[in-house]
Design a protein around this ligand. Structure first.
Ligand SMILES: [Fe+2]
Length: 155
């Protein structure tokens, strides 16, 4: 694998890891706020996103999709993954209220790193482009679901 392709591969794998970290966050919320079924639904969706990206990474290995140099973006995503995983560890010890959980989840769904990825695609990366577009749409859908659910908990 050339250095550039190695980077592209690493970026998609990092993004898959980001989706997995969000899934872990929602799993933790599902455990702590078991009366709210939204968390389980969102966790399933993030699991799906992660496996799509892993599938794309496998295609990239076969040379079907590509990125420009993107090491700074890889670093950014990996940092975000660490932040989420540290947060999950923290709330296991020191739980937050469901209202705070909604706010955190909304912030995550709003971060939309995927939008930045779009600027890195080569024109022949239609499969990757359409997958990332679905990821963006799903994040927007998730954010709306979180806001709607959160409104039920307002006093
Ligand atoms: Fe996602």
């Amino acid at each position: 694998m050339t250095e550039d392709k190695g980077n592209r591969y690493k970026l998609i794998i990092s993004q898959a890891d980001f989706e997995t970290a969000i899934m872990e966050l929602y799993d933790q919320f599902a455990e702590q706020y078991s009366y709210c079924s939204l968390w389980r639904t969102l966790s399933e969706e993030e699991k799906k996103h992660s496996s799509w990206l892993k599938g794309l990474a496998a295609k990239l290995k076969a040379g079907e999709v590509g990125y420009e140099n993107c090491s700074f973006l890889i670093e950014k995503v990996q940092k975000a993954v660490k932040t989420i995983r540290d947060f999950v560890e923290k709330i296991k010890m020191d739980p937050i209220s469901i209202t705070e959980a909604f706010l955190y989840a909304e912030k995550i769904e709003n971060s939309l790193y995927e939008k930045e990825y779009l600027t890195y695609f080569e024109t022949d990366s239609e499969t990757l482009k359409s997958t990332i577009e679905i990821l963006i749409q799903d994040s927007e859908k998730h954010r709306d679901m979180i806001i709607l659910e959160a409104s039920k908990y307002k006093i």
